[in-house]
Design a binder for this molecule. Structure first.
Ligand SMILES: Nc1nc2c(ncn2[C@@H]2O[C@H](COP(=O)(O)OP(=O)(O)OP(=O)(O)O)[C@@H](O)[C@H]2O)c(=O)[nH]1
Ligand SMILES: [Zn+2]
Length: 207
């Protein structure tokens, strides 16, 4: 399924789902329901395979987004060289091991060298990488790399705090555990003071 990226902005909301993909996915989900012991002829399940097909396409729509293009679509020359922090960006992703959700918050900062980007684009980059099958570590690094490679700033910091439902609802069943991952470049890597400033602003448990 190719969803065109409108006007070079790097993203497009799913307004129309591809009929052929829907049909193939629904057929498979129908079989999965039967294998799980469900009676797929009962009223409540009649449209479930198709609903799940659309839900899964929604949850993985990041594959049709181009995060670097998203940043470049609103990149401005500016001489501000202090920290820009967008914190508490809520994220929902799917763990690639169990295909169960993990969810939490991303905190993203950068120190511009010559260019800034639209603030919403930072949250859109998080969204573009989160809406895929992921591990939290890779998600963290991909966001960092995207901002570093597009804006070439003096430094980038990304912290993600998340609950993994595969650890809550099944397996080890730890309801309150939170996983924190972080990745840094430039000033955030080299200067303890810069990193401290960032941690102070986000009020993270890492501090
Ligand atoms: N590093 C990392 N591990 C993850 C992430 N999401 C899920 N996992 C882990 O992936 C691992 C897969 O381990 P396996 O032993 O193959 O799978 P499993 O038998 O279902 O493991 P349990 O969850 O311990 O029951 C588990 O330890 C999960 O907790 C993530 O984002 N990052
Ligand atoms: Zn998992």
């Amino acid at each position: 399924m190719e969803i065109s990226l409108n006007g070079g902005r790097g993203y497009k909301k799913i307004e129309q789902y591809d009929d052929e993909i829907n049909e193939k996915l629904a057929k498979n989900y129908s079989e999965i329901l039967q294998l799980l012991g469900e009676d797929i002829s009962r009223e409540g399940l009649e449209k479930t395979p198709l609903r799940v097909a659309k839900a899964m396409q929604f949850l993985t729509q990041g594959y049709n987004m181009n995060p670097e293009e998203i940043v470049r679509s609103a990149m401005f020359r500016e001489d501000y060289q202090q920290m820009v922090v967008v914190k508490d960006i809520e994220l929902y992703s799917i763990c690639e091991h169990h295909m169960l959700p993990f969810f939490g918050k991303a905190h993203v900062a950068y120190i511009p060298r010559h260019h800034i980007t639209g603030l919403s684009k930072i949250a859109r980059v998080v969204e573009a990488y989160a809406r895929r099958l992921q591990v939290q570590e890779r998600l963290t690094t991909q966001i960092k790399n995207c901002i570093q490679d597009t804006l070439n700033p003096l430094g980038v910091a990304v912290v993600i705090e998340a609950h993994h439902t595969c650890m809550q609802m099944r397996g080890v069943q730890k309801q309150h555990s939170v996983t924190t991952t972080s990745d840094f470049t430039g000033a955030f890597l080299n200067s303890i003071a810069t990193r401290e400033e960032f941690f102070n602003i986000i009020g993270s448990r890492l501090h």
